[in-house]
Design a binder for this molecule. Structure first.
Ligand code: SF4
Length: 234
């Protein structure tokens, strides 16, 4: 499908409906959701979440950040080392790269809400380093109620999945970022799209690849900026 075109896919799993999946788990973030789904209340409640085992080995919950009513929500995989220590998402090198790309694409950072599929840092020790580990599908499902609550509260017009974990969580396990990045899929009035995670650009093997990947990342975000402009003009 041509980049920038909007596809309506009735078969796309509904991103806002995960209650059925979480019911099969003995415990999940659903057990810790507050009745009041205002952002301060959600953030406060998330601090005490024990919906899976990831809280045991992490410093703190890293909830999403940005204004309720942000037009764009960016969803990554999980907090990294710096985010775990700071208690804020996208504050490390990947966050700095994301900020540069948003600026280059002409997207106002103030109108972007950033969060992750999983709210606790998952890692393993290697010498003095804390090495990232990918969250399991059980952990992603257990944490999903927080992301759904963020979607209900922020009500973004566009959701940008950063990397395959976020894309497959929100767009289905068959979604391939390598083949489908930059496409837009409409679901319940919200546009979903996916691109790479900024940390993958930082891991490029050489400067030339890094520049090329950064250009492609900015191009994907320019697609988001274009849709925002179109919808504003409509
Ligand atoms: S990763 Fe999510 S579900 Fe697991 S303890 Fe942390 S906030 Fe709760």
């Amino acid at each position: 499908m041509a980049k920038g075109k909007v596809q309506t896919n009735p078969e796309t799993p509904k991103p806002l409906l995960v209650r059925a999946a979480t019911k099969t788990l003995s415990i999940s973030a659903a057990d810790f959701l507050p009745h009041d789904e205002s952002m301060p209340s959600l953030r406060q409640a998330s601090k005490g979440c024990m919906g899976c085992d990831l809280w045991r080995n992490a410093t703190q919950t890293v909830f999403g950040e940005g204004n309720s009513g942000s037009t764009v929500m960016m969803v990554g995989e999980k907090p990294g080392d710096k985010e775990d220590l700071a208690g804020r998402p996208f504050v490390g090198p990947a966050g700095a790269l994301l900020d540069r790309a948003l600026e280059a694409a002409g997207i106002d950072r103030e109108k972007v809400y950033v969060t992750n599929v999983v709210k606790h840092f998952k890692w393993t020790r290697k010498g003095r380093m804390r090495i990232h580990r990918k969250p399991s599908s059980r952990e992603i499902t257990a944490c999903r109620p927080w992301l759904d609550a963020e979607l209900r509260t922020v009500r973004p017009r566009i959701v940008v999945c950063l990397g395959s974990t976020a894309a497959q969580a929100l767009l289905g396990k068959d979604f391939r970022v390598t083949q489908q990045r930059g496409e837009f899929i409409e679901n319940d009035g919200v546009l979903f799209t996916a691109t790479v995670h900024p940390s993958s650009i930082l891991r490029s093997p050489d400067a030339e690849t890094r520049h090329r990947e950064m250009d492609l990342f900015i191009r994907d975000l320019q697609g988001v900026a274009g849709i925002l402009q179109e919808r504003k003009a409509a």
